[in-house]
Design a protein around this ligand. Structure first.
Ligand SMILES: [Zn+2]
Length: 289
């Protein structure tokens, strides 16, 4: 095989890096993305199938209907098309929810008591849908890839083989060896998801003031028992988060009122969450393995 001259390889890599600029909807932040939407969607869908396979899905019809309803309303409010949205409830006491690229969102039953009602679900849903439409997963993956290209440039310069491997792509999502482990987003992604999320919930006809109440409950719940979850491990500092949310309220309230005027069917008290009775846990008998 004839190898490309080194200068040409470096030039092609530079082109790749230059083409990689995108803009986040709503916040209009410029972001560095060098993953095609098709690839992003395919990776997200594959990882989601893995998660579903390895998890116990909730069979509670009322919970599933509610999560699906909130998800559809918020995804529609985003006015961004082209995603194949899917919303699931995983039967697990972890206080968590996560989103994968391409529109795949999962709630753990453990977070539902903290949501209290449908509007509380909308807070978390808004945040997760925001991660998807802001393409935070692709951005994180691109950072990993850029690093690999950097290494490749270095190895071309050093005349060794280029190590742009699939592992880099996989590890950015926590796919592969770490299936089911959702890597936390960075703090700036979390803040951005909060901001977009509040706008989305308001546009979907859910009272945005609920966001402040929900994150206050989360902060209290998290005190002293931070768990490794997407929502808790990378929390923007609790007080900081609530302060930022409060600053968004005036504008979100306008969106909320507009949405209520446009959709008379949204004018009703949010449905309360009724948790299914706890399953009895297997008790280990003393003296037996
Ligand atoms: Zn998040």
């Amino acid at each position: 095989m004839k190898l490309l001259p080194r200068g040409k390889i470096l030039f092609l890599m530079l082109l790749l890096l230059l083409e990689a600029c995108a803009t986040v909807p709503y916040t209009e932040r410029s972001q560095f993305i060098m993953v095609s939407e098709g690839e992003e969607v395919a990776l997200g869908a594959r990882a989601f199938e893995d998660v579903k396979e390895k998890s116990t899905l909730s069979t509670d019809p009322a919970l599933n209907v509610m999560i699906e309803r909130v998800g559809r309303r918020i995804a529609a409010a985003s006015a961004i098309e082209g995603y194949e949205w899917e919303f699931i409830v995983i039967d697990d006491e972890a206080v968590n929810a996560f989103a994968l690229p391409g529109g795949k969102v999962a709630f753990y039953t453990g977070i539902l008591p903290l949501c209290v009602d449908e509007a509380g679900v909308a807070v978390v849903m808004g945040h997760e849908v925001a991660h998807v439409i802001a393409r935070h997963g692709a951005e994180r993956m691109s950072q990993g890839r850029a690093l690999a290209i950097g290494q490749a440039i270095l190895s071309v310069a050093l005349s060794t083989s280029a190590p742009v491997t699939r592992e880099v792509v996989s590890s950015a999502y926590g796919i592969g060896a770490k299936v089911g482990v959702i890597l936390p987003f960075s703090r700036s992604h979390e803040s951005e998801a909060d901001e977009i999320g509040v706008t989305l919930m308001a546009r979907a006809g859910y009272d945005p003031a609920t966001a402040v109440q929900f994150w206050t409950r989360m902060a209290k719940n998290g005190e002293g028992k931070r768990k490794a979850s997407e929502l808790l491990s990378t929390h923007p500092g609790d007080e900081d988060r609530i302060e930022k949310l409060n600053a968004l309220m005036a504008e979100a309230e306008i969106e909320y009122q507009k949405s209520l005027a446009e959709h008379p069917e949204y004018n009703r008290a949010p449905e309360r969450i009724v948790m299914p009775p706890q399953k009895p846990r297997a008790v280990k008998r003393p003296g037996k393995q």
